[in-house]
Design a protein around this ligand. Structure first.
Ligand SMILES: Cc1ncc(COP(=O)(O)OP(=O)(O)O)c(N)n1
Ligand SMILES: Cc1ncsc1CCOP(=O)(O)O
Ligand SMILES: [Mg+2]
Length: 337
């Protein structure tokens, strides 16, 4: 029995360290995240200390019936997120195996592997939170949905066009319907590695594990949203004047909406911004800001000449005949800048 246990421990010490090395490379060279890279390296070194000669000499690769085993999901890597997730799972599973089988070999090793496994879980949440905020900062186009009958088809068409930031906004729906739609949209966005934000409703954002919430001036405070959703989620705030912007920055909103640039039927009764406020935003806003309100492909260049670098739209995509093409046209103008 001992030889079999040694082989299992040997194989999974390798598996855990190999997975962590893949993560470490992205943290170091992809994210320039020194702390995460160092933690990955530290864990690999600690695992190496348990990898004794006694375990290594049990290796019998020619006799390993598992070397031929493979699964299509092990081969396919369609995105960096998928690659990271696959290797995090590989390390976490290997650590769980090490924890269990080392109980029969060295209880101290079992305890050490359990602690290491929790550290890898922390790496995972930090990694994806860092990724979430990187995606926000790099997103030039923000779709805010309207309750169209074909909302899911429209959003998926826009995601296929390269959209990676979506906000679910439905002011009149029943909570049960909103909860169901938010869940579907959240899954759809995450399938396309896009961020999913819920408008107004912190409770719905929590329930569907959204990437964040967008709060207007009459909605909950940013601190409340962070208390409910956790510090790592994204919290955005609407602004229409200097006071609102200063407050949003002081309460550490992750981004702000700046609008309406033009009066719009999507938000009736809201007067358009002053150029003075837009100039103030350009000079003072230290977080990503999205121009919003009446924006479409025809006036996009004019919006960009005011200094806006990111835009948020509703009708221009939600009512487009071809949402994918419209999304691509927005992105080609926004990214070209
Ligand atoms: C990016 C962005 N900016 C502004 C808004 C407006 O939010 P909404 O909830 O529709 O209205 P207020 O609560 O701000 O009055 C938004 N949804 N997204
Ligand atoms: C939600 C919101 N906040 C300010 S304007 C606006 C609606 C923008 O809708 P559209 O892009 O259709 O003009
Ligand atoms: Mg609101």
């Amino acid at each position: 029995m001992n030889k079999a246990i040694y082989r299992i421990l040997d194989a999974n010490l390798d598996r855990a360290r190999e997975g962590l090395r893949i993560i470490e490379e992205w943290c170091r060279l992809g994210l320039n995240h020194k702390a995460l890279a160092e933690e990955c390296k530290q864990i690999r070194q600690e695992l190496a200390q348990w990898h004794s000669w006694e375990l290594r000499q049990a290796r019998d690769t020619p006799g390993d019936v598992g070397t031929e085993l493979s699964h299509p999901q092990e081969e396919a890597r369609e995105s960096i997120e998928q690659l990271l997730q696959a290797n995090l799972c590989r390390s976490q599973e290997a650590l769980r195996v090490l924890e269990e089988y080392s109980k029969l070999y060295d209880p101290e090793m079992a305890s050490a592997c359990k602690q290491i496994r929790y550290r890898v879980y922390t790496i995972e949440s930090t990694l994806f939170n860092s990724y979430r905020h990187q995606l926000l900062h790099s997103a030039p186009l923000y779709l805010v949905t309207s309750p169209e009958p074909e909302i899911l088809k429209i959003v998926e068409a826009a995601l296929k066009g390269g959209l990676n930031l979506v906000q679910y906004r439905d002011k009149d729906g029943k909570d049960s319907d909103r909860l169901e739609m938010a869940d579907k949209l959240c899954q759809l966005c995450h399938h396309y590695n896009a961020l999913f934000i819920v408008n107004d409703r912190v409770d719905i954002a929590l329930a569907v594990d959204a990437d964040g919430v967008h709060l207007g001036q009459n909605d909950a405070p940013v601190a409340f949203a962070r208390e409910i959703l956790g510090m790592q989620k994204i919290v955005g705030r609407s602004t229409t004047n200097k006071q609102e912007l200063n407050k949003a920055i002081s309460e550490k909103a992750d981004y702000v909406g700046v609008g309406p640039f033009f009066e719009t039927p999507t938000k009736p009764g809201k007067a358009a911004l002053t150029q003075e406020y837009v100039d103030y935003v350009k000079a003072k806003c230290s977080v990503p800001w999205f121009a919003i309100g009446g924006i479409d492909l025809d006036n996009l260049n004019g919006i960009l000449t005011t200094g806006a670098q990111r835009v948020s739209v509703v009708r221009a995509i939600m009512q487009a005949e071809q949402p994918t093409q419209v999304t691509r046209q927005f992105l080609s103008q926004l990214v070209r800048r």
